[in-house]
Each structure stands twice: as structure tokens, then as C-alpha cells.
Design a protein around this ligand. Structure first.
Ligand SMILES: [Zn+2]
Length: 95
């Protein structure tokens, strides 16, 4: 029997804002979705992970910038909603 692919964990559940703050999901401009070609040819950058890539994360600076590709299990607290990579910004209540 083929193993059923498990859905990635919900990063929302990991969030535990301090008193008086909350997390607001914002588009993450340092990330992009992977292309079909990348999904076919690349695997998650996380050591030991062989899942299909979902996002590219921009690493480095200046001329050294590179896209590091990760699967939807290894997005470091980010999530994908309607084709947009989002990250949770800590925001003061009332802002
Ligand atoms: Zn992975």
C-alpha cells in the first residue's frame, strides 16, 4: 500500500505571542513559489528530506543571493495561502 502524503503542520499552531501582541500574516517578499520545472527536478534543501520543493527562500546578500528551495514541511514558520508565501509578523494589539 502506498503511503499517504501527510499534510504539512499548521504553523499557526506553533505561534505563541507574548501578552499584548498577536501575529499577523504578511506576504514574504524574500520568498517565491517554485516552478513546475523545479518541482520535477529538485528536492528539499533540508538534509535528509526528499520531498518535492514548494518555495524558494532568498539567502545571502548582494551578488551572492541565491534561491534555496524547500518543501512545504520545511518553510520555517511560513505558510502558503492562495499562492502567496506568508510569514507571521509579531504585532502589538490595536495596531
Ligand atoms: Zn523538506
Amino acid at each position: 500500500m502506498a503511503e499517504k502524503p501527510q499534510p504539512p503542520p499548521d504553523p499557526e499552531l506553533e505561534l505563541d505571542p507574548p501578552e499584548g501582541y498577536r501575529y499577523v500574516w504578511m506576504p514574504d517578499d524574500s520568498c517565491r513559489l517554485t516552478t513546475e520545472e523545479e518541482k520535477q527536478s529538485r528536492r528539499c534543501r533540508r538534509p535528509g528530506c526528499m520531498r518535492e520543493v514548494a518555495i524558494g527562500l532568498q539567502r545571502g546578500f548582494g551578488q551572492q543571493q541565491k534561491w534555496w528551495l524547500y518543501c512545504d514541511w520545511h518553510m520555517y514558520g511560513r505558510r502558503i495561502v492562495d499562492g502567496v508565501v506568508q510569514w507571521p509578523r509579531l504585532t502589538k494589539d490595536g495596531e
